[in-house]
Design a binder for this molecule. Structure first.
Ligand code: SAM
Ligand code: SF4
Length: 324
């Protein structure tokens, strides 16, 4: 059985938010303080995640990504990673790379399919200003260690006009020097007052800036992933993720499971299907849960623009509860 929506897209890729907690406080993602984190009892246990993962796998999902919050903040994440790598051919992680110095061997052992590391500045002071933590040195060390160890690594940079857009070219050069794909993400405004609207830089402008420095920049045919792909000199790949301009919704194959067990069929969906309640109800069978998943995917809207129109702009939302 496949998870096909009414716009003929098939959901094959599940992003699992394993926690809403994080050790950084990136300014585009979280406020500096006063965050109301989910209680431990209200988030999916590893056993519950594995049970759901197997049900998704039976429905044709073949790729998962652990995200958060910061996945490596959650205790014994190794246990979950090992179990998921038994279920799925492709296991990926998105991480801020501050906490996994001790996990590099495990990532090699389970042959992790990909690691996306978030780093928004190559300058220690600016990194601190953006993340509100002085973690640049450990993040850079871990990036270089991953590359050295042959772990398939990409770098994620949230671009903010006037904050770090002056580093776009430096990041491209870093990618060329270390043979690593860099991906520039449009900053998504979630709430009217989160400040992201003021610094928003569209994907088209990011591409123009790179082309100005690297005239050989060539756009590749869309491959169904979340990023627009470009090459420089036919070799170096650069990605641009139109998270806010949403030019790639027509090929979206992603669904999201939040730490609280809510299945969201779109990054912009404000509500979803409560799978946590279902896995904790003895009367609910695996096939009931699978039917709820199928129904949720069927409700997926044509684009994130349609979902956004329904959002309560005053309600506080953060990517830590959705997983990016
Ligand atoms: N803590 C991990 C990290 O930072 O990589 C994983 C979770 S984070 C929410 C996942 C991705 O979402 C990161 O690449 C982060 O930069 C991105 N992100 C967070 N808030 C965002 C926003 N408002 N707009 C665009 N990207 C955002
Ligand atoms: Fe934490 Fe990632 Fe959000 Fe930064 S982007 S605060 S590292 S969850």
């Amino acid at each position: 059985m496949k998870l096909r929506d009414t716009h003929n897209r098939i959901a094959r890729y599940l992003r699992i938010g394993v926690t809403d907690r994080c050790n950084l406080r990136c300014r585009y993602c979280m406020p500096a303080e006063g965050i109301d984190f989910a209680h431990r009892d209200d988030i999916l246990s590893y056993e519950e995640i594995i049970r759901l993962a197997k049900l998704f796998s039976d429905l044709g999902v073949d790729k998962v990504r652990l995200t958060g919050g910061e996945p490596f903040v959650r205790k014994d994440i190794d246990v979950l990673l090992r179990s998921l790598s038994d279920v799925f051919a492709k296991v990926h992680i998105t991480t801020n790379a501050t906490l996994f110095s001790d996990h590099i061997n495990l990532l090699k052992e389970i042959e992790i399919s990909g690691l996306n590391i978030s780093i928004d500045s190559l300058d220690r002071d600016r990194f601190f200003m953006i993340t509100r933590r002085d973690s640049y040195a450990i993040v850079m060390k871990n990036i270089l260690d991953c590359i050295k160890n042959g772990i398939p690594t990409k770098l994620n940079i949230v671009v903010m006009k006037g904050v770090n857009d002056m580093e776009i070219i430096d990041f491209v050069r870093f990618g060329i020097e270390h043979n690593v794909e860099v991906r520039f993400i449009e900053a998504m405004p979630f709430n009217d007052d989160d400040g992201n609207r003021d610094v928003y830089m569209p994907a088209t402008e990011i591409a123009e800036m790179i082309a100005g420095e690297f005239p050989s920049l060539q756009k590749l045919v869309a491959d169904g992933s979340s990023s627009e792909k470009y090459t420089i000199n036919g070799k170096q790949t650069v990605g641009i993720i139109p998270a806010y301009s949403r030019s790639l919704c027509s090929s979206c194959d992603r669904i999201r499971l939040t730490p609280q067990g809510e299945l969201l069929n779109c990054l912009y969906a404000q509500t979803g299907t409560n799978l946590l309640a279902m896995v904790r109800d003895e009367k609910v069978s695996d096939s009931d849960i699978q039917q709820a998943i199928v129904d949720s995917v069927l409700l997926k809207k044509k684009s994130g623009l349609e979902e956004e129109a329904l959002i309560d702009k005053n309600a506080f939302r953060s990517m830590t509860t959705i997983g990016g």
